[in-house]
Design a protein around this ligand. Structure first.
Ligand SMILES: [Zn+2]
Ligand SMILES: [Zn+2]
Length: 201
């Protein structure tokens, strides 16, 4: 029973941290052209171009599936990086003070895993609606609109799952851009940077 409090603390801390990690990863890796270069190319030059304004936000063509999800190792790697400082701190502190570090760390790891799955799952379903009851939920509509705005205003609304970091760091907005048609040039940019070995027709 004594494991409940540290486990709950782990859930809360990991959820808050995950929102900030998601924000930082999205802003500084997915939208900045540096190492590893593939992050920027796949997200900004392919995904954001294939899905831009409202007319292309939903994935209807085969081509638009590209870069809709991360590589399989993305989640485990991010969770490992996010969890390492806590694990080292807990290991160091365990020599000094007897606290229930194990349930805290397990709860953190599980919460980060759920957060990552939620990010990937929700992001996929925002672009490719497949679950009608989820689509009707107010919270999902709110998050989807939040992400729709990001697809045009790329320096706003970095969070997909929990917009806490957007609020705290001043990038939260509900102001949608003026309606517009996605220019043909967007598709051409995506095609030029596509990671698929596809012949452009
Ligand atoms: Zn997206
Ligand atoms: Zn983005």
């Amino acid at each position: 029973m004594s494991a409940i409090v540290p486990a709950l603390a782990g859930v809360v801390v990991a959820a808050v941290q995950s929102s900030f990690v998601e924000w930082a990863f999205h802003r500084y890796w997915l939208h900045r052209p540096w190492l590893p270069k593939g992050c920027f190319t796949a997200h900004t030059l392919v995904h954001h171009q294939l899905c831009k304004f409202d007319d292309t936000f939903h994935v209807v063509e085969e081509e638009q599936h590209e870069a809709l999800t991360f590589q399989w190792w993305g989640g485990p790697l991010l969770i490992l990086i996010a969890l390492t400082p806590w694990t080292l701190a807990a290991w160091g502190l365990s020599h000094v003070v007897a606290l229930p570090f194990v349930p805290f760390l397990i709860a953190m790891a599980v919460t980060m895993g759920v957060y990552y799955a939620g990010y990937e799952g929700f992001h996929h379903l925002m672009h490719l609606p497949r679950i009608p009851w989820l689509e009707r939920k107010a919270f999902f509509q709110f998050l989807k609109r939040h992400h729709r705005i990001h697809h045009v205003r790329m320096n706003r609304n970095y969070n997909v799952l929990l917009p806490l970091a957007d609020v705290v760091l001043g990038t939260f907005t509900t102001t949608a851009p003026a309606r517009a048609k996605t220019p043909d040039s967007a598709r051409l940019i995506a095609r030029r940077h596509s990671g698929r070995t596809r012949q452009a027709d």
